[in-house]
Ligand binder design. Structure first.
Ligand code: PGA
Length: 263
């Protein structure tokens, strides 16, 4: 059983390549794997690698089931800023996950609590999520679990913070157009995934990463709940790692990983 593991790489490309290798190994070893996807800028290089692995090496996603962390409430899935559109553009049009095994929270559901319950039931019925990819927000959120989210929360509706709405304004042509509400997998749901792969790049993520990895576990920094996870791998570039105190130790551990544990 491992705990939280921190891997620091020189740049986004090398960090994303490690994440891609971890996912590719899972899909080869367990073709019917459950994969949890995230949206945002952070996983773009990872998704590029996965599509290249599919195209050039025949990495086969035909038995994979996928789940996404979140979606805006009330937004048409065809809206360019929806996470449905994001996933279509960067993942689903490029790898062969069968359409009927793709699951994204339904932000247009008439009965949102029922849709959230169904989403959770589908995760359980499919056998669970083997690897959940995560980014981190400036306020320490994972998924759209904003600060003060219960550490045991399930999939539900959340209200975005002003800071998060600002961060997404560019996708909507202005802050006033950003929805206030989202459906997000809960922190309890995320913690049930067999492995969490948290990626963070750039100076803006240094503060939240230091608080999540080395600070106290608190609902004020939702990503800090990953300290309790049995297998959380945090993959960073140098900038995102720059506020961490124990970087020498993380590098030491990574350099001395037993061969059978290497990614
Ligand atoms: P980003 O978003 O990958 O676009 O930085 C991460 C997040 O807010 O979870």
């Amino acid at each position: 059983m491992r705990a939280m593991e921190v891997i620091i790489q020189p740049d986004i490309r090398q960090a994303s390549w490690i994440a891609a290798r971890i996912i590719a190994r899972l899909v080869r070893d367990k073709p019917q794997a459950g994969l949890g996807f995230a949206t945002g800028k952070t996983p773009l290089a990872l998704y590029q690698f996965l599509s290249e692995m599919h195209e050039k090496e025949g990495l086969d996603f035909s038995r994979v089931t996928s789940f996404n962390l979140d979606e805006y409430v009330g937004l048409d899935p065809s809206h360019p800023a929806s996470f449905h559109s994001f996933m279509e553009k960067y993942v689903f049009s490029r790898v062969n996950i069968p359409r009927d095994r793709i699951h994204i929270p339904d932000g247009q559901a008439v009965d949102i609590p029922a849709a959230c319950r169904r989403f959770e039931e589908t995760i359980t019925a499919s056998g669970g999520i083997d690897i959940q990819i995560l980014g981190i927000g400036r306020d320490g959120h994972i998924g759209f679990n904003e600060p003060s989210s219960s550490l045991s929360s399930r999939t539900r509706i959340k209200t975005l913070t002003a800071e998060t709405r600002k961060d997404h304004a560019v996708d909507f042509g202005g802050e006033k157009n950003v929805p206030f509400h989202v459906i997000t997998m809960g922190l309890g749901t995320i913690c049930e995934c067999r492995m969490c792969l948290l990626l963070a790049f750039g100076k803006k993520k240094a503060g939240p990463i230091a608080r999540a990895v080395e600070g106290p576990i608190t609902a004020m920094i939702p990503a800090s709940v990953l300290q309790l996870h049995q297998s959380a791998v945090v993959i960073l570039d140098e900038e995102a790692a720059s506020d961490l105190k124990k970087t020498d130790y993380y590098r030491w551990v990574y350099a001395h990983k037993p061969a059978w544990q290497k990614y």
